[in-house]
Ligand binder design. Structure first.
Ligand SMILES: Cc1cc2nc3c(=O)[nH]c(=O)nc-3n(C[C@H](O)[C@H](O)[C@H](O)COP(=O)(O)OP(=O)(O)OC[C@H]3O[C@@H](n4cnc5c(N)ncnc54)[C@H](O)[C@@H]3O)c2cc1C
Length: 422
C-alpha cells in the first residue's frame, strides 16, 4: 500500500489568492516555512477572464509587497497615481488632491513626494506573486490545484487532508480562502452581511489623450464611476481601467450591449477630458456587498482578507486592508518563532485580532458611509456633500488628512511600516 504523505510546516495557508500569496511571500522572505494551498489551477487563475479587475495599491501596501520581495518585479507594470479628482455628478464642487500638495517631504525627508499609490492589473499582480513564491521555494510550498477533503485538529496542531490523501499540518492555520471561506465555516464563525444591491462593471479602456496620472472618481446616484490610470499598452496607447457601479438590476442590460453601444455609454460617462474612448478588455461585473466575520480567530486559526472582511470598492481599499493583515501576521509569526513561542497560541491570535479589527471596522464604516452619502440624489444630501467637498478643498490640514488616508500612511500604520522598511 502506498504511504500517505504527511507534510508538517510552521504555517498552513488555505487560499492562494492575492492575499494568501502575499502572506506566503512575506513569510518566506522572513525565513518562515509555510504551505499555501489553492483549489484553482494557476493557469486558470492567470487567464484574462478569471479576474478582470485592477488594484489601486496604496503607498503603504507597496511597502508590504516590498517586504515580501515582490515589489520590484511588478513595478514596471504599475502606473503611479499622482492626482486624485473627485467630482460630484455635474456639480461645480470638485475636490483635487495632488501628491505634492501636502508637503510629503515631512514623511520622507529630502526625497521626491511619493505617489498616492499605483494601478496594476490583478492578472499581472497575481503572476508576479506566483513567481515570488516560486523564488522562495526553500521556505514556501505552493500546492494548486488541491481540494480539501477534511479539516483536522491535533493536540498541538491543525490541518487538512487533501482529496489525494496527503495530510498537511501546522501549529497555525490561516484562512485566506475568500468570502465563502470554508475555514470560517469549519470554525462555525458567523458573519454580518449587507447587500449593496449594486454591481461594479470593470474593463480596461484605450483613450486618445494622456491621463496625466490622475485617478478620477465621479459620484452618481447609481454609484461611483472611477477612471484609474494604467501603464501604456503594447502599441503605446493611453490606457485606463474603469470601475463603473450600477444598480444590480441594470448591470445585465449594460453587459449585453454590443461593443459600439457599450463604448457610447462609456463616452457619456467619461465626458470629453480623455478624448475618444473604447474598451479593450471584456467587461465583467462583480456584485457588491459588505461582510464582516464575527471573529477573526479560532483555536490555532486566524482568518484574513476576504475570509474575514469584504468592503465596498468605492475607495479601492479591500486588498490594501488585507495587505495590512499580512504585515501584522508576518511580524507576529516571525517574532513568536524567533522567541521559541507557539505561533498558534492564544497570545498571537489575540494580538492579531486586536490589531486588525478596529482598522477594518473603521474602513468598512467609512466606505459604507461614502457609498450611502454619494449614491444619493436627494437635494439636501447633495447640498451637504457639495458643501463638504468645498470645505475639505479649502482647509489644507483636512485635505492633508484625506490624502494620507488614500496613501494608507496615517496613524499606526505609518509608524509600523516605516519601522518595517528602515
Ligand atoms: C470591483 C472591485 C474593485 C476592487 N478594487 C480594489 C482596489 O483598487 N484596491 C484594493 O485594495 N482592493 C480592491 N478590491 C478588493 C480586492 O479585489 C479583493 O479584496 C481581493 O481580490 C480579495 O482577495 P482575497 O485573496 O482575499 O480573496 P480571493 O481573491 O477570493 O481569493 C481566495 C482564494 O482562495 C481559494 N479558495 C477558496 N476556497 C478554497 C478552498 N476550500 N480550498 C482551497 N482554496 C480555496 C480561491 O481559489 C482563491 O484563489 C476591489 C474589489 C472589487 C469587487
Amino acid at each position: 500500500m502506498a504511504k500517505i504523505k504527511h507534510v508538517r510546516t510552521n504555517v498552513l495557508i488555505i487560499g492562494g489568492g492575492l492575499s494568501g500569496l502575499a502572506l506566503a511571500g512575506a513569510l518566506g522572505e522572513a525565513g518562515v516555512d509555510c504551505v499555501c494551498i489553492d483549489r484553482a489551477p494557476p493557469v486558470t487563475q492567470l487567464t484574462e477572464t478569471y479576474d478582470g479587475r485592477t488594484t489601486a495599491i496604496s503607498y503603504a501596501s507597496h511597502l508590504v509587497l516590498k517586504t515580501a520581495g515582490a515589489w520590484e518585479t511588478m513595478l514596471p507594470d504599475c502606473e503611479p497615481i499622482r492626482d486624485i479628482r473627485v467630482a460630484d455628478g455635474a456639480s461645480p464642487f470638485y475636490l483635487h488632491f495632488s501628491h505634492d500638495d501636502d508637503g510629503n517631504e515631512k514623511y520622507d525627508p529630502g526625497r521626491e513626494a511619493p505617489p498616492f499609490g499605483w494601478i496594476i492589473e490583478n492578472r499581472i499582480l497575481r503572476h508576479r506573486l506566483f513567481n515570488n513564491v516560486k523564488r522562495l521555494k526553500k521556505h514556501v510550498r505552493h500546492i494548486a490545484p488541491a481540494e480539501i477533503r477534511e479539516f483536522i485538529r491535533g493536540k498541538n496542531d491543525v490541518g487538512v487532508i487533501l482529496e489525494d490523501g496527503a495530510r498537511i499540518t501546522a501549529p497555525l492555520m490561516i484562512g485566506a480562502d475568500g468570502r465563502n471561506s470554508a475555514v470560517r465555516q469549519w470554525l462555525g464563525i458567523g458573519v454580518k452581511n449587507a447587500d449593496y444591491k449594486q454591481s461594479a462593471i470593470v474593463c480596461n479602456v484605450a483613450h486618445e489623450l494622456d491621463h496625466e496620472n490622475a485617478a478620477v472618481e465621479h459620484f452618481r446616484s447609481a454609484g461611483p464611476f472611477a477612471v484609474l490610470p494604467m501603464t501604456r499598452g503594447a502599441q503605446g496607447e493611453h490606457r485606463s481601467s474603469v470601475v463603473w457601479t450600477e444598480h444590480g438590476t441594470d448591470t445585465k442590460e449594460i453587459l449585453s450591449l454590443n461593443a459600439e453601444d457599450f463604448d457610447a455609454r462609456l463616452q457619456e460617462l467619461f465626458g470629453p477630458h480623455l478624448g475618444a474612448v473604447r474598451h479593450i478588455s471584456k467587461p465583467m461585473s462583480y456584485p457588491l456587498g459588505l461582510m464582516h466575520a464575527d471573529s477573526y480567530i479560532g483555536a490555532r486559526v486566524a482568518l484574513m482578507a476576504e475570509a474575514a472582511h469584504a468592503i465596498h470598492p468605492i475607495a479601492g481599499q479591500g486588498l490594501n486592508l488585507s495587505l495590512r493583515d499580512v504585515a501584522v501576521l508576518t511580524e507576529l509569526i516571525f517574532e513568536h518563532l524567533r522567541c521559541g513561542l507557539d505561533p498558534g497560541g492564544d497570545t498571537l491570535l489575540q494580538k492579531y485580532q486586536s490589531a486588525r479589527r478596529g482598522d477594518t471596522l473603521l474602513m468598512a464604516g467609512v466606505t459604507d458611509l461614502l457609498n450611502r452619502l454619494f449614491s444619493n440624489d436627494l437635494t439636501t444630501v447633495r447640498l451637504i456633500r457639495g458643501l463638504g467637498l468645498g470645505i475639505v478643498h479649502k482647509i489644507p490640514p483636512l485635505k492633508r488628512y484625506f490624502a494620507r488616508q488614500a496613501m494608507g500612511i496615517s496613524g499606526i500604520m505609518q509608524k509600523s511600516l516605516r519601522k518595517a522598511t528602515n
